[in-house]
Design a protein around this ligand. Sequence first.
Ligand SMILES: [Zn+2]
Ligand SMILES: [Zn+2]
Length: 235
Amino acid sequence: MGLETWGAACARWGQQKLLPWLLPESCRICAAPGAALCADCLRELPRLPADRCSWCALPVNDAGDCPVCSVEAPSYDYTFCPFVYTSPLAEAIRTWKFHDGLDWTRPLAKAWIDAWETPPPRPEALLPIPAHPARLRERGYNQAALLAHHWGRSYGVPVRDVLRRVRNTPHQVGGSRDQRRINLQSAFAVRGRLPAHVALVDDVMTTGSTAETLAQLLRQHGVARVDLWILARAL
Ligand SMILES: [Zn+2]
Ligand SMILES: [Zn+2]
């Protein structure tokens, strides 16, 4: 490719990809001028079906049962998660996490709030699920904490920084399910007293095993009700 063609390619790339990122007043998904997440893109964010499990937010089967929770009930009480972790939301979340996309926090947090006709019941505290220390060093921020602070301000719920990762979670290879659970549980610690009703906050829920572990731990610390406030659920 000649120098001129390179220049043209760079200019085109800049116009298509870079410009929308540099101008904060354009939609991060479609580049339409206006809000960071335009009304059209907000409407089209991939949503979980209304018929979903109140425990874990997975779509229920034809019989109305959750394929996971009907086998074993989780230790948390409700999952409030409106979106599916898929395109274009998945790319948005990855950009937010890995590419210094701090200005994504507001539109994503707001999209979650706008998704509810009736807001979720107010817990007494929001607890962001802590990031691995190594990842925190790498990124400089924990997106779960960013969400928690935004939602906490919006709903008037205090954010409590009481959960700690005490060591990096070991690789979940081999061992019984119970053993894996114990391994995972020892990766977290609770510092300080907790109210009776809390909500754990995270950006993405995949298997739910971290939430399950933390819910068990919180119950051991006297918490009576554990909700999950999650932005997007992997299916
Ligand atoms: Zn848009
Ligand atoms: Zn379920």
